[in-house]
Ligand binder design. Structure first.
Ligand code: HEC
Ligand code: HEC
Length: 298
C-alpha cells in the first residue's frame, strides 16, 4: 500500500517547489526588492507619505495589528518588547517599543516623535541595522502599523508628540563651511565619543551604553553609513534633536549655522561632500541579515 501513496506525495512536492517564487524576492514584489537592494547599497528612500493618515477606526486598528504580526514580530516581538525570535541574531538590538523612547524624531530630545516621524522611519529603514525600509508596503498599511507600534507604550496616550523642529534651508557645502565645522567639532567635544577624526574611537567610546544597558558604538564616519541617512538635513536634525535612548546628545543650544558646519564636516569625513548621490557602499552585516529575515526566510 506504501508505493501508490508515495508517488502522488512526491509529485505534489515537486509541483510546489516549481510554483514557489525565487528566494530573493519571496513575499516582496520584484520592483520593491530592487528598492531594498538600493538601500542595502547605501541609498535612503524619501519616505514621505503620498496620502494622509486614514481615520482611526476599528478596521484601521485591525490592519495595523495584522501588518505588525506579519512583518514586525520576528524582531520587535509579539508584545513590542524587542524580543522577537530573531532578536538574538542582531548586533544592533531591535527597539523595545514599550519604553516609548525613539531615536529618530523631528521633535526635541525627551519628547515623543510625531506620527509622520514614525511613518518616515518605517519607510526609510535604519542604516547599519536589520531595520530595512518598508516603503514597499502601502501608505495605509504603514500608517496603521505606526498606530500599532504606538499602542505598546502608555506614553502616547498620556502625552502628545513634541513640536517639530523646523530644518532651515541648507547652505552650500563649501570648504570654508567644512573648516568651520572642524573648529566646532573640537569646541563641542564631539571627539570625546567619536574620536578626533570621527572614526568612533574617542576616549569614552568603549564605555558607551544604550538606555537598556547594551553597548553602543558610534559608526566610523569614513564608512559613509548613517543610521538616519546621509543628507545635510538628516545630519542637521540628528544634531538638533539627539538620538534619544543612546548617549548621542541633542545640540539644540548650538546655533543652527554651527550645526550646518558640523554636518558639512561629518559629510566631508565620509567623502560625501560633492560626491555623486547614490555612491554604492559595501554591504553591512546587520542590513544583510534584515534582508534575509524579512525577504528570504519567509
Ligand atoms: C529584521 C529585524 C526587524 C524587523 C523585521 C523590523 N524591525 Fe524595526 N527595528 C529593527 C532594529 C534592529 C531597530 C533598531 C535600530 C536602531 O537602534 O537604530 C529597529 C527600530 C525600529 C523603530 C524605532 C526607530 C527609532 O526612532 O528609534 C521603529 C519605529 C521600527 N523599528 C518599526 C518597525 C516596524 C513597524 C516593523 C514592521 C513593519 C519593523 N520595525 C520590522 C529591526 C527590525
Ligand atoms: C557622549 C557621547 C557622544 C557625544 C559627545 C557626541 N556623540 Fe554623536 N553619537 C554618539 C553615539 C553613541 C552615536 C550612535 C548612536 C546609535 O548608534 O544609535 C552617535 C551618532 C552620531 C552621528 C550619526 C548619526 C546617524 O544617523 O548615523 C553623528 C553624525 C554624530 N553622532 C555627530 C556628533 C557631533 C557632531 C557631535 C558633537 C557636536 C557628537 N556627535 C557628540 C555619541 C556621542
Amino acid at each position: 500500500m506504501r508505493r501508490p501513496l508515495a508517488i502522488p506525495i512526491l509529485l505534489s512536492a515537486a509541483l510546489c517547489a516549481c510554483q514557489r517564487p525565487p528566494p530573493a524576492t519571496r513575499g516582496i514584489p520584484p520592483a520593491a526588492a530592487d528598492g531594498v537592494r538600493r538601500w542595502l547599497a547605501g541609498a535612503t528612500p524619501d519616505g514621505t507619505p503620498a496620502t494622509p493618515r486614514p481615520p482611526v477606526d476599528r478596521g484601521f486598528l485591525a490592519l495595523g495589528a495584522e501588518v505588525y504580526r506579519l512583518r514586525c514580530i520576528p524582531c520587535h516581538g509579539v508584545n513590542g518588547n524587542g524580543k522577537g525570535i530573531h532578536a538574538a541574531r542582531l548586533s544592533v538590538p531591535s527597539r523595545d517599543f514599550t519604553r516609548g523612547v525613539y531615536e529618530f524624531r523631528s521633535t526635541p530630545t525627551g519628547t515623543l516623535p510625531t506620527d509622520l516621524d514614525l511613518f518616515r522611519t518605517v519607510s526609510r529603514g535604519v542604516h547599519g541595522t536589520a531595520m530595512i525600509p518598508w516603503n514597499w508596503l502601502g501608505d495605509a498599511e504603514r500608517w496603521a502599523v505606526v498606530e500599532h507600534v504606538k499602542s505598546f507604550s502608555p506614553r502616547f496616550r498620556e502625552e502628545g508628540a513634541g513640536d517639530p523642529v523646523l530644518v532651515p534651508p541648507a547652505p552650500d557645502e563649501t570648504p570654508a563651511l567644512v573648516a568651520l565645522g572642524a573648529t566646532a567639532w573640537v569646541r563641542n567635544g564631539c571627539g570625546k565619543c567619536h574620536g578626533e577624526t570621527g572614526e568612533g574611537d574617542g576616549p569614552s567610546a568603549a564605555t558607551l551604553r544604550r538606555d537598556g544597558g547594551s553597548p553602543v558604538r558610534p559608526l566610523p564616519f569614513s564608512a559613509g553609513r548613517f543610521l538616519r541617512g546621509n543628507s545635510m538635513e538628516d545630519l542637521w536634525i540628528t544634531l538638533a534633536t539627539g538620538l534619544d535612548g543612546t548617549p548621542m546628545p541633542s545640540y539644540a543650544a548650538v546655533p543652527p549655522e554651527e550645526l550646518w558646519a558640523l554636518s558639512a564636516w561629518v559629510r566631508d569625513r565620509a567623502g560625501l561632500a560633492g560626491a555623486p548621490p547614490g555612491r554604492a557602499l559595501p554591504p553591512d552585516a546587520d542590513e544583510q541579515l534584515g534582508w534575509r529575515i524579512d525577504i528570504e526566510e519567509r
